[in-house]
Design a protein around this ligand. Structure first.
Ligand code: FES
Length: 102
């Protein structure tokens, strides 16, 4: 059964920003796009660099290592060398808390 885990406060991720968090054994990137939060796997599907150390522009995150681009809304790989999509996670906002379904 999936667990719902509090990740952080909504105030800790301003609009247009992202953070990387480690929850249990998962690395997760949370992005705030115009007040709506999205969660995807933080490890690039190319060779595993952390996307949260890259650049977020609109709904696209660029990997800092070899510059693959992913859509943080649906995890899709937009620009190679990465080909596989990122995992995606359901996000719920409860009060001031961001909660992710693992
Ligand atoms: S590890 Fe992300 S593009 Fe290579």
């Amino acid at each position: 059964m999936a667990d719902f885990v509090k990740i952080t406060s909504i105030k800790s991720i301003p609009q247009g920003h992202m953070v990387g968090v480690k929850v249990e054994d998962k690395e997760i990137l949370i992005a705030n796009l115009e007040g709506k939060f999205y969660a995807v796997g933080d490890k690039c599907t190319h060779v595993g660099c952390l996307l949260s150390e890259g650049t977020l522009r609109g709904d696209r995150v660029t990997c800092p290592c070899h510059f693959s681009v992913f859509n943080v809304k649906d995890g899709s790989a937009i620009k190679p060398p990465a080909k596989k999509p990122l995992l995606t996670y359901d996000v719920v906002v409860l009060g001031d808390d961001i909660v992710v379904k693992l």
